[in-house]
Write a protein that binds this ligand. Sequence first.
Ligand SMILES: [Zn+2]
Length: 566
Amino acid sequence: MTDTAPPPADSADAVFGAVSALCSDRGIAVARQDSPEASFLAVELKGATRGWRLFVHCRDDTLSLPTVFLAAPRGLLPHVGYSGGVCVNDGQGLSIDPDRREDIAAHTLLAAYELLERWSADEQVCRTEFLNELEGYWVGLPRAAHGQAFFEVDSKDRLISAYEDSRRNPPAWFFAERGARPREFDVAKLQALRALYVHLDELPGIPVHPEQLTHKFVDQVRGALSPAQKDLWRELVGPSKNGVRASALLVSVPRQAGGRSLVGVAFAAYKGEVDQRVPVMPLTARRRTSNHMRERGGASLQLSGKRVAVLGCGAVGSVVADTLAAAGVGQLTLVDADIYSEDNVFRHVLDPAYIGLPKTWGLKHQLERQYPGLTVDAVEVAAQTWLPRTSLADFDGIVLAFGAPSIERSFARAFRSQEHELPVVFTWLEALDLGGHSVLMWTHKPGCLDCLYRDDGGAPALHPRTSFLEANQHVTRNLTGCASVFVPYGALQARKTGLLAAEQMLEALYGSTIQRAYGYWVGNGIQAKAQGLHTTPWWTNAATTFSAIATERVFGRPCKRCRSET
Ligand SMILES: [Zn+2]
């Protein structure tokens, strides 16, 4: 112990002490420099080919990493913004001890140094990685305007439309296919500008600090266009009766890391040329396309070509439909003859605005809005009517969510008699908070819904062996008389059961080789107990039984419906 007080933990001195210690461990020469601001420490670290003059923020009290800047001149470096900010870490998976700010600042600074050394070691690698991060760089250009791209960034050169909403501050830009009317912005109230989208292998004329984006950038891009792209360019800027015409040019370049980077510029055209009297403005655009949102949101592009029918669109069926759509299934056929009513609201996914309308119709409108690229066929008839006039060959899977396994047995038999092989999931829940079930079968593989109706000796039974509730108990309730009888359960029960069914269907759609499965969840049964309901031994055991063992028990007995053919 010494009697001199240590420097305050948040000061540049303390951070420099930590930086010096790290540098000495790693054999890096470091020199402290004057910092224009007391809250920043300025240092120069010696690299393999050059010195790196870096600034690190020392009094950052946020729960993220402190900011590091690289002093000019910088050139174009990946992960370094136009203004010098170094993107050290995307912040994912970080755990920060706020009592060690000086160590955190020192580590961040050294991490920035290592990043810069790594990327600058090879010119080609450096350029490639810079283009991977091009959109991030473009966002940082002075006066950059932000927008949304409603067109697919697909390398197909074409004229598109640009809309500037200057009532918003800062002005918002929208880019869409010509003639398209995305409902996310008011096309009718905005002036459509002509815009051009082209794809290039390389982007010329990227401004390096302190240069700004000017008409020279547009000229350089123009010089790099192919003859066909030049024709489009002439169409874009062609002479106009109205004199000066506002335009936008959007360019995508390949990203070696996958996909394409998209950047743009707004400019004015006059007599077929870029009007040099009007400043140009950098444009960036977030993707508002179905493919991008699917990929970014964790939905599968692999599933976008799949079509699933959901028979029964009540509380459970609507959760199944919603979950399949969210997971990326591209086409749903929803079959239900019911009208959405006041009684459904709290356990159904539909908005009460749809009360009085067919459930399938409401789901079509709600889900198609929510999941771009989804197509829903709303079939407002009973499943018994729909099935005989339908070819299973049009589908990749079927989910039945009527909530009545005994009725669903007749469907299971009907599917077996059809030629087409596909996965079918049956799902239902039990009264109150007992739990729910989901059974996966394939139309031509061993294992069917009738398998559940066997006793231990293999003889046909009246009740499924999966029941949680002993037979012949009164579980329905009514609030307003006999006409409103319902099985009591809540949204939680409906959702857990619907998720179980959706999970089984998704697994099959992804190509799982599982031929049959019995899935279930077991509730705590507090409400059921309070009502004096008697549960089966299976309900008691289910919570501690593995699903694979339960599946073996359910399907492990002879069944003339599904095994006579093998
Ligand atoms: Zn069977």
